[in-house]
Ligand binder design. Structure first.
Ligand SMILES: Nc1ncnc2c1ncn2[C@@H]1O[C@H](COP(=O)(O)OP(=O)(O)O)[C@@H](O)[C@H]1O
Ligand SMILES: [Mg+2]
Length: 278
């Protein structure tokens, strides 16, 4: 089993989208995948077609109990002819859980890690909330590796630095998570996007993972609570599938080899292409 936390303290950069894209790609490759919706907005659950289900992640986080997550696992509602990751459903009640967690002197940071003990899935993808609070910290404590999602925009790199140092602080105590790298998401074909992608390349170089382009098909899949593979011949869907597959290929290579290989990453294509479908 391997667990990946998808993080950034900023909202709207594509954490949930990338978490579900990784889950879809890994599921399609034959792995048993569990998505943990750790954001009170519960967008990962909506994206998987699941609303207001109990027990939820809030119930899981309500007590410090080994294996508490297992009884909260439910099936996604993605079409049965495609990939179907399992889910620990989100809940807006989680917003009230964070201050309560802070009053636990022993288990404030590792309650999720404890709860996931004994989960038998091959891959756990933890979709973290847009904050550096205790929920995200629980996500990092429970993760073997972390993926930072960002976008090609002004000041985004500063946010990535902050998240990177948080990942390193946790890893300094636990030994994990290892930073898998940084995904630039919503890459469009504007000059501005190209400029900020170049800035990211200068600043983060070998830490950059395969990027994800801005495509209507991606927003459509999440809006329809379905997998990209279920969009049929929708323009851009196939390209989006290929990009998430490349991202998952790199992440799975890192998991297999046990480490990030900067030389390998440096040779990967990370620049903005001249054309982007739809
Ligand atoms: N690559 C992309 N192409 C098109 N739309 C995207 C892309 N990534 C994210 N979106 C859309 O942007 C919005 C915010 O993405 P989301 O994954 O919810 O961000 P976060 O989880 O960081 O808050 C959603 O409506 C989503 O569908
Ligand atoms: Mg989200």
């Amino acid at each position: 089993m391997h667990s990946i936390a998808v993080v950034n303290q900023k909202g709207g950069v594509g954490k949930t989208t990338v978490a579900l894209g990784i889950a879809e790609a890994a599921s399609a490759s034959g792995l048993r995948v569990l998505v943990v919706d750790l954001d009170p907005q519960a967008n990962a659950s909506s994206g998987l077609g699941v609303w207001n289900v109990t027990p939820s992640i809030d119930d899981v986080m309500s007590e410090a109990k080994a294996g508490a997550a297992i009884s909260a696992i439910c099936k996604s509602k993605w079409p049965s002819d495609g990939p179907q990751p399992d889910l620990i459903p989100g809940s807006h009640l989680l917003a009230n859980r964070e201050p309560l967690l802070a009053s636990d002197p022993v288990g404030a940071q590792d309650r999720l890690k404890l709860a996931l003990a004994g989960v038998a899935h091959d891959l756990i993808v933890i979709d973290c909330p847009p904050s550096l609070g205790l929920l995200s910290i629980n996500g990092l404590f429970a993760a073997d590796s972390a993926v930072i999602v960002t976008e090609p925009a002004a000041w985004a790199a500063d946010g990535v630095d902050l998240m990177h140092s948080t990942v390193e602080r946790v890893a300094g105590r636990l030994g994990t998570p290892e930073l898998s790298g940084i995904v630039i998401n919503r890459v469009g074909r504007t000059k501005d996007n190209r400029f900020w992608c170049e800035q990211m390349e200068d600043r983060f170089g070998g830490l950059l993972l395969p990027q994800i382009h801005l495509r209507a098909a991606i927003a459509e899949a999440s809006g329809q609570s379905t997998a990209l593979r279920s969009l049929g011949k929708r323009p851009g869907a196939q390209e989006a599938i290929l990009q998430f597959d490349s991202l998952w290929l790199e992440l799975s290579r890192q998991i297999r080899d046990g480490k990030r290989n900067s030389d390998h990453l440096a040779t990967m294509q990370t620049s903005v292409p001249s054309t982007i479908d739809d």
